[in-house]
Design a protein around this ligand. Structure first.
Ligand code: ADP
Ligand code: MG
Ligand code: ZN
Length: 200
């Protein structure tokens, strides 16, 4: 049961292909049908399919606003009852304060993102968002290798497990991702580096 009044924070997380964007679209579409004013934001960096829609791997889509920064997101969220942020792991730490301030002001905030990066380390702001959220859903995908329950994202470079760091990835190499279960996830050892946010 959601709080009686005011806003709250929901987190949808899991590996790639687990249906995070699909679930985001489902929740916001329902709110829209209920007559609420909804908007989905996504970082401008994520232009895999479209710059103005959130598109799931299965083809579900909904209009979205690409933003360059957290201040832009906050400015454009005025006048909405429900705010979705897809691929939230690509924003910097300011997105945590922004999400909490919006929730405090009465907005329902739904964020979705990768809980772990391809090295299986907690991804950027996700631990903070998970800790602050009223509602958390962790989704699973189907392991590309064994068909089991995938909870991790495997990065491949030219079909081989990507190095964690310390090796230069050749320009033009084919970068791809798979959902994998814990057993099938392949690490290539190297110095662990902390990923910098891509969108400030
Ligand atoms: P996410 O946003 O978590 O990356 P999407 O919502 O974009 O996920 O896509 C989920 C959809 O991707 C599923 O409904 C399914 O149709 C498709 N899909 C492709 N590969 C897989 C996989 N290995 N496991 C689960 N779903 C997959
Ligand atoms: Mg997605
Ligand atoms: Zn597996």
């Amino acid at each position: 049961m959601p709080p009686q009044r005011g806003g709250w924070l929901e987190v949808i997380c899991g590996p790639m292909f687990s249906g995070k964007s699909e679930e985001m679209i489902r929740r916001l579409r329902r709110a829209e049908i209920a007559g609420q004013r909804v908007v989905i934001f996504k970082p401008r960096i994520d232009d895999r399919y479209d710059t103005t829609d959130v598109v799931s791997h299965a083809g579900a889509r909904m209009r979205a606003v690409s933003v360059e920064s957290v201040p832009e997101l906050v400015a454009r969220s005025a006048g909405h009852d429900v705010i979705g942020i897809d691929e939230v792991q690509f924003f910097d730490r300011a997105v945590v304060d922004a999400a909490l301030a919006l929730a405090d002001s009465g907005v329902r905030v739904v964020v979705s993102g990768l809980d772990q990066d391809f090295r299986r380390l907690p991804f950027g702001v996700m631990p903070d968002l998970l800790a602050h959220a009223e509602f958390v859903d962790k989704l699973q995908a189907v392991c590309h290798r064994c068909g089991g329950t995938a909870t991790t994202t495997q990065r491949l470079v030219d079909g081989r497990p990507a190095p964690y760091s310390g090796e230069t990835i050749v320009v033009g190499a084919l970068d791809s991702y798979e959902a994998r279960c814990r057993d099938c996830h392949e690490a290539r050892q190297g110095d662990l580096i902390v990923a910098e946010p891509l969108v400030a």
